[in-house]
Each structure stands twice: as structure tokens, then as C-alpha cells.
Design a binder for this molecule. Structure first.
Ligand SMILES: Nc1ncnc2c1ncn2[C@@H]1O[C@H](COP(=O)(O)OP(=O)(O)OP(=O)(O)O)[C@@H](O)[C@H]1O
Length: 665
């Protein structure tokens, strides 16, 4: 019998006989499978993933006549056996038994039969009486040593739609065999895995905040002296000083995204006439697209605030389900999916890189969220590298380098099963933090814990990183994200529209028009959709081509120089506030609204990371920025004045940016 499907039919008959299944059929199956798996594991053509499946995920149930019944935990495992191991299993069975033997697979989780009921044998009535045979092994915690782990993958169908799963598995053939990837040799660093805090740590110059002049830097004692100069500056900065150190670094980094940003500490703006009192924003939109206060358009339902899990720091809103894979991102998407399904086993580290706004953070969060759905016991942590650095420096600062605080930091990032680190490029030249990250990386890699890294450039283009680290990044799988093509951009817009909860319809022509104008950055694409929806909703109009064209006319002029200082200054002026109000901790309604609008515009116009924006606004957390961004995006479609503030502010900034450009040319 060479058709595996026939075997499944036979299994149904076998199942009926299982109630009286003689024990020797069980031991016979175990004997056969043990030898078959030895043969398979000796085959060098199989990768880590297959080896792991053979060793841990396949359990012999019984052998009878010329069939062996194997149980696997889920459809995913079954598919891999059928797709990549089928012929080899048949060959090995024949070799071991000396006869034309075949196999049948039973998927243990009954729910996972959803996509193949024709193949699925019903659970035998005797199953509950034969726990050693029919029940899956107890679900172990993921922090157990790897050798003791049992398969725990529940049915993905419980968490993710069939179409998403199908797409991810379809693209999987784009991925290389994990076994072909080189893996780092850790022998050289074994002794160093836990850095000693009593040894000098060097902080590099660029870990110093550029706006902190050297004479402001107080002498620091060991182990602070082990940090780079910019890290030292942060350590020695008085608690009340403005937490700008990481921000300025990020700002410099953001130039890659085509923005020119000031790095010095923003000056308090001159009091202008405008800033003496509240200034009503000037309306600059053409009449047809002006939000109309007198109309009561259908209000979209308020989008709930993003949920950032305090423990994992994952944003629950970013999933594989709401990520639209296109030609530009299929490889990264498939790799991300594979890593979620088989963390630590397939591609480690996974290095995702691409320009701003192309979905790196989204994929990182999707990996974390999906992994936790599949493996609820796993310890997953998302961190932006700026936060990583701040926490590292804080650990040195708080305990004056004592073992306890540094160890707490180490524990936090080493005692995880999956570390997702975003914007790694930010650590360039931060010698002390890079050292800490190097050891974290090694500790995790050695323990087969999954590491996923996001960056705006590929490993070998990372600036300020030692070769020992970039070479490690290169040893996993690198997956890039490119700007999406027109078709994918339209698909993304369609999905964002569906998820926006607005009741407005937008024709394909209009979606195509928006997609044509925003080609390089999906965040901008989303921003454009938000504006078009806002104007239509507030005017109670349909979204016509004309309305869309007019709304987007001047939206995001290319090559405009916009700095956070400009944005904060102008927003403060708009609201009759001072620059300092927006970066202060004050929370009056007016200040909070102005601050949220300024954060929204910063996110849209500067390409700064969430963490960088949070730091600029008085050291706020990145989750505050996400909240502000989504709140304002939502309110723009509901409140005319919010739309106008944002629109006028953007127009003013663009005008100023253009002038600056013109002067410089
Ligand atoms: N393929 C996609 N499908 C749906 N939404 C996407 C896709 N790619 C990106 N997005 C959305 O675009 C926005 C920007 O994505 P994200 O923040 O992940 O980009 P990024 O590459 O991390 O940018 P940055 O480097 O500036 O932080 C997010 O709202 C994200 O949900």
C-alpha cells in the first residue's frame, strides 16, 4: 500500500478492534517505532524540526498486520510527517520489519480534526481506559529542560483561522531547512555567560546624551565606570533630569527613515501672542471636505485601548490574523509563524529587518501572542532595545552595580523562553548595553530559547555592533520586509477598514487611490485611511474619489524636515500652552489632549519609535504613546475639532518643513 490515505481508512477498522487490543500489538508498535526512529534520526537530510518531531511528537499506538498506528498531538505535526517524512518513514518501516508495511496517523486533539475529517479516526471507546496509550502525555511547563519536554502544541485551529494557517503553511516552502543554518559556537564564551559586575564595564561615548555636556557628567564609581560614556551619563544624571539620553540616540537613528530630527534638548519656545491664550485652529481644508459640526454622522464605535500585557509587554492587537502577507513579507511572515509553532527549534535567532512602518513590531507581537496561545506556559517577553538599555543602566544605577540589581536585570531577560527584541539598531555603539545583550543572547541561545530580533537594517549593516554579535545574528534566519505592492496595500487598507468598525463603505477605486499615494510605509497608509474616514464621517458624506483626493492632497509632502521640537512647540501654541506643559507630568484635560495630539503627529511625521516618543514627552512609557496614537486616530473620526487640530498642525509643520528645506538648498 503506497497511498497513505488508504491507511487512514484501515485505521477506522482497526479502531473498532482496539477495545480488545492485545498488549503485544502495543509492545510490537513500540519496538518497531523505536528502531524506525533510530533510522530516521540517523538520516542527515532531516532538519532539527523533523528530528524533534520524530523524537518527541510521535507515539506508537499499536502495530497489526502490515500497519503501525502512530499518534501525534496535532494537525501541524501530522502535516510535516506527511509532507516531508512520508517516504522515509515507509522506507524505514520496510527495512525494520522486512515487509511492505505502512502507517496511519491519529491526531490526538479531537478538535484538530476540523480540516481532515475524512482522515480522522474517531477516538475509541476504550481510550479513557487506556491512558498510557490514548491520552497525550501530561502537558509540561516550557521551562523544563528540553530533553524532558513533551509535545504540547494544541490545535492552532482553536486560535487562528484556517485561511491564516493555510497561508502561513503555504509560504513555509519558501523557508530554508533549519538544519542547514549554521549555529554559533558558544564554547569561547561559556565562561562569560554571566558577566561579573565587579569587572569594569565600558560605556561608549554615544551612550552619553549628546545634550549633556561633559562638565555635567559627574564622576562615577565602578561598576558604572564600566559603562560607555553615554550610559555613564544616564547613570549619573540626577533623578530629576529630563530622561533624554535614549531618545536622542533614537532620534539620530531615525534619520535612516528620511527624517531630520534635532538632537539637542528642545528650548522652551518664545511666548507668542498665540501662546497667551487658546487659539482656534485655522481651517485649511477645502469646503467639501471640511468636517461639519452640524451633522451627526454615524459614529464609529470607540476602538478599545491597545492591550499591553504588563508581564510580556505584548500588544494583543497585533496578530497573524490581522497581518496581510504580500510578496514583500511572505518570507518573514512564514518564518514568524514557524517560530511561533516551534519556538527554539526552527530558526534561532530569527532576524527581521526592514524600513520604518513595514510591520516589524507587528510581526514580533504576532509571534509572541500566537506562541502564548499555543504554549500558554511559555515565558515570552517583548522589549524595545531602548527599554532594554534603560533598564540595564537603571540596574547599574539603582544598586550602584550591586549583584542583586544587575542580577535581577539578567534574570528578567534570561529566564524567558522567548525574547522578542525590537529596534536593535538602537544599541549600536552602546558598549555596556551591548555587552549585557551579548551575554543575554548567549544564555538564551545555549538554552535553546527562542530569540527574535527586529532591526531597520540587516545584521551586517548594523553600525556600532561587534562582529561577534552580528555574526550570531546572521547564523539564524534573516527575513526582510519590503514595501508592499499596490495589490497588498489595497488588501491592507481593506482589512484595516474592516477592523476600523466604521460603517462607511469605501469602493475599490478609492482604496486604490489611497494605496497609490502611500507606497513606502504602512503606518502612513493607515494614517491616510484614518483621515479619509474622519472627513467622510464628520461630514456625513460618502467616501467618494473627490473627497479622498481632496483630503489627501497635501498629506505628507515628501522630504519635509520635521522635528519633535517643532511638533511640541506648535502643538503647545495651538492650545495656548507652554512647551514644558507637554513634556511635564501635568494631566489637565487640555494638556493631556494637546500632548496626545503631539504624540500622534510625532508618530506620523517623524518615524521615531514609540519608546523614543515616550521619552521625549517626559519619559513616558511606550504604551502611553500607543494609547495616545489610537485614541487620537479614533477621535479624529468622531470629533471635528480633533480632526482639525491634527490636520492644521500637520499642514503648518509641512509648510515650515518645506521652508527649511528650501532655505537649505
Ligand atoms: N502586512 C501588514 N498587514 C497589516 N498591517 C500591517 C502590515 N504591516 C504593517 N502593518 C501595520 O502598519 C503599522 C506599522 O507597523 P509596525 O509598527 O509593525 O512597523 P515597524 O516596521 O515596526 O516600524 P518602526 O520601525 O517605525 O517601528 C502598524 O499599525 C501595523 O499593524
Amino acid at each position: 500500500m503506497d497511498n497513505i490515505e488508504d491507511a487512514f481508512c484501515i485505521v477506522i477498522h482497526i479502531e473498532l478492534r482496539e477495545m480488545n487490543m492485545p498488549d503485544q500489538t502495543v509492545s510490537e508498535a513500540q519496538r518497531i517505532w523505536s528502531r524506525v526512529s533510530d533510522l530516521l534520526l540517523a538520516d542527515p537530510s532531516f532538519g532539527q524540526r523533523e528530528a524533534s518531531i520524530i523524537q518527541h511528537s510521535v507515539h506508537p499506538v499499536m502495530a497489526m498486520d502490515s500497519i503501525i498506528v502512530l499518534s501525534v498531538p496535532n494537525n501541524y505535526t501530522r502535516n510535516i510527517i506527511q509532507d516531508t517524512l512520508h517516504q522515509a518513514v515507509l522506507r524505514a518501516l520496510n527495512e525494520v520489519t522486512g515487509q511492505d508495511m505502512t502507517y496511519a496517523i491519529r491526531v490526538m486533539d479531537p478538535h484538530s480534526a476540523s480540516d481532515d475529517t475524512s482522515h480522522q479516526a474517531p477516538a475509541p471507546a476504550s481510550a479513557t481506559n487506556r491512558p498510557d496509550i490514548y491520552r497525550p502525555a501530561p502537558q509540561p511547563a516550557w521551562n523544563q529542560p528540553r530533553s524532558k519536554r513533551q509535545p504540547t502544541l494544541p490545535d492552532p485551529a482553536n486560535y487562528i483561522s484556517e485561511s491564516t494557517q493555510k497561508a502561513a503553511h503555504e509560504y513555509r516552502n519558501l523557508l530554508p531547512d533549519p538544519a542547514t543554518l549554521k549555529h554559533p559556537d558558544f564554547s569561547a564564551v561559556e565562561d562569560e555567560v554571566t558577566p561579573r559586575v565587579d569587572q569594569p564595564v565600558t560605556l561608549s561615548r554615544n551612550e552619553l546624551s549628546p545634550d549633556l555636556s561633559a562638565d555635567r557628567i559627574e564622576p562615577v564609581a565602578s561598576p558604572v565606570s564600566q559603562l560607555s560614556s553615554s550610559e555613564q551619563a544616564q547613570v549619573s544624571a540626577p533623578a530629576h533630569s529630563i530622561p533624554v539620553t535614549p531618545v536622542t540616540e533614537a532620534i539620530v537613528g531615525s534619520q535612516a527613515a528620511g527624517q531630520r530630527i534635532q538632537t539637542q534638548q528642545p528650548q522652551q519656545p518664545q511666548q507668542t501672542q498665540q501662546s497667551q491664550g487658546a487659539v482656534k485652529p485655522t481651517v485649511t481644508q477645502a469646503n467639501t471636505t471640511q468636517p461639519n459640526t452640524s451633522t451627526t454622522a454615524t459614529q464609529p464605535k470607540a476602538k478599545h485601548a491597545p492591550k499591553i500585557d504588563p508581564e510580556t509587554q505584548l500588544n494583543s492587537e497585533d496578530s497573524f490574523e490581522n497581518f496581510v502577507p504580500g510578496e514583500n513579507s511572505r518570507f518573514a511572515y512564514a518564518a514568524a509563524f514557524a517560530v511561533s509553532e516551534s519556538p527554539g527549534n526552527s530558526y534561532n535567532p530569527l532576524f527581521i529587518w526592514g524600513d520604518s512602518g513595514l510591520g516589524k513590531t507587528h510581526l514580533l507581537n504576532a509571534i509572541g501572542n500566537y506562541t502564548l496561545q499555543l504554549y500558554p506556559d511559555m515565558r515570552v517577553r517583548y522589549v524595545n532595545s531602548e527599554v532594554f538599555m534603560n533598564e540595564f543602566i537603571e540596574s547599574v544605577k539603582t544598586g550602584s552595580g550591586s549583584h542583586s540589581t544587575v542580577n535581577q536585570f539578567n534574570d528578567k531577560y534570561r529566564n524567558v523562553d522567548m525574547l522578542l527584541i525590537d529596534d536593535i539598531q538602537f544599541l549600536g555603539g552602546k558598549i555596556g548595553t551591548l555587552e549585557a545583550f551579548f551575554h543575554t543572547f548567549n544564555a538564551l541561545e545555549q538554552a535553546n530559547k527562542q530569540i527574535v530580533i527586529a532591526s531597520d537594517v540587516m545584521p551586517k549593516e548594523l553600525k556600532g555592533f561587534e562582529e561577534r554579535l552580528t555574526s550570531r545574528f546572521e547564523m539564524g534566519l534573516q527575513a526582510d520586509l519590503q514595501p508592499p505592492n499596490q495589490e497588498t496595500r489595497v488588501a491592507i487598507l481593506r482589512m484595516k477598514l474592516a477592523n476600523s468598525k466604521t460603517e462607511k463603505q469605501i469602493s475599490d477605486n478609492v482604496l486604490a487611490l489611497i494605496a497609490q499615494q502611500f507606497t513606502d510605509n504602512i503606518r502612513e497608509l493607515e494614517g491616510a485611511l484614518t483621515r479619509v474616514l474622519a472627513v467622510a464621517t464628520l461630514n456625513n458624506q460618502e467616501v467618494t474619489m473627490e473627497l479622498a483626493q481632496q483630503t489627501l492632497q497635501d498629506y505628507f509632502v515628501q522630504d519635509v524636515v520635521v522635528t519633535p521640537t517643532d511638533i511640541i512647540t506648535r502643538t503647545a501654541n495651538f492650545f495656548g500652552l507652554k512647551f514644558d506643559d507637554l513634556v511635564s507630568s501635568r494631566r489637565s484635560h487640555r494638556i493631556a489632549l494637546a500632548r496626545q495630539i503631539a504624540m500622534y503627529v510625532c508618530r506620523e511625521m517623524t518615524g521615531l519609535s514609540l519608546t523614543a516618543i515616550g521619552s521625549i514627552f517626559g519619559g513616558r512609557d511606550h504604551t502611553t504613546v500607543i494609547h495616545a496614537y489610537q485614541k487620537i486616530a479614533n477621535e479624529m473620526t468622531q470629533k471635528m475639532e480633533v480632526y482639525q487640530y491634527v490636520n492644521d498642525l500637520t499642514n503648518q509643520l509641512k509648510q515650515k518643513g518645506k521652508k527649511t528645506n528650501d532655505t537649505e538648498q
